[in-house]
Design a protein around this ligand. Structure first.
Ligand SMILES: [Zn+2]
Length: 226
């Protein structure tokens, strides 16, 4: 999925403009991933921190520097892969199909997310240098890799029950996905400073709605095809 799945183009243009004119935000395109304007304002100290050190040496430094990539990569990974699993389960297709489509989604969508992160950093810096300002992201590939890594790890969760050939794999996948959705949602607090339970519940709700939609479409499509 590209970098603007939930924000919509209108919000993104506005945010980009704000980010460019304020000069305070790093990677503003990442802000389009499910963030409200209130989030953006609270985001600014984190963004400044990010600016200070692009080559962190300590483990906490590295974790902090790539936190946003990890959180938003995981965010997208769990939602999209669970939706694929739910769609296939809704269509009552065999578990092998879940694994094939799930893995294809994991790698292709994760790659797309990483590439989008890379291109976003590059075009942001191109825009800055066109305005005669210093670029702010010297290592866009590292951020792209962090996004890809988080996407694949979180996105793999709903597939585990199928790969391990467990009984009632969809029930187990749903429970694991729900736990991951809430955890990843709550982790967003680390970059937005909103209440963790609210972020967690929000993600759980969005993921469940996406899964239910996919399941319903899978079931309807199965009837159409049969
Ligand atoms: Zn950086």
């Amino acid at each position: 999925m590209p970098e603007e799945p939930t924000g919509g183009p209108g919000k993104c243009v506005l945010l980009r403009k704000f980010a460019l004119t304020s000069g305070l935000l790093r990677e503003p395109t990442l802000l389009c991933v499910g963030l409200s304007f209130a989030d953006v304002v609270q985001f600014m100290p984190t963004a400044r921190e990010h600016f200070e050190d692009h080559s962190p040496r300590t483990l906490t430094g590295i974790a902090r520097h790539y936190l946003r990539d990890l959180v938003y990569g995981a965010n997208d990974g769990i939602i999209t892969t669970f939706a694929v699993v739910a769609g296939v389960a809704g269509a009552r297709l065999p578990g092998g199909i879940v694994i094939i489509l799930g893995l294809a989604n994991l790698i292709a969508d994760g790659f797309s997310m990483g590439a989008s992160s890379y291109l976003a950093s590059r075009s942001e810096d191109a825009a800055r240098s066109a305005e005669g300002r210093d670029p702010f992201e010297p290592f866009p590939v590292r951020h792209a890799l962090a996004t890809f890594f988080a996407f694949v790890v979180a996105g793999a969760v709903p597939l585990v029950a199928y790969v391990a050939n467990l009984p009632n794999p969809f029930v187990i996948a749903t429970l694991c996905a729900a736990a991951t959705l809430f955890t990843v949602g709550a982790a967003r607090t680390l970059v937005t400073s909103r209440p963790w339970w609210r972020s967690g519940a929000e993600m759980l709700l969005i993921g469940t709605a996406a899964g239910a939609l996919a399941w319903g479409i899978g079931r309807a499509a199965e009837r159409l095809v049969a």
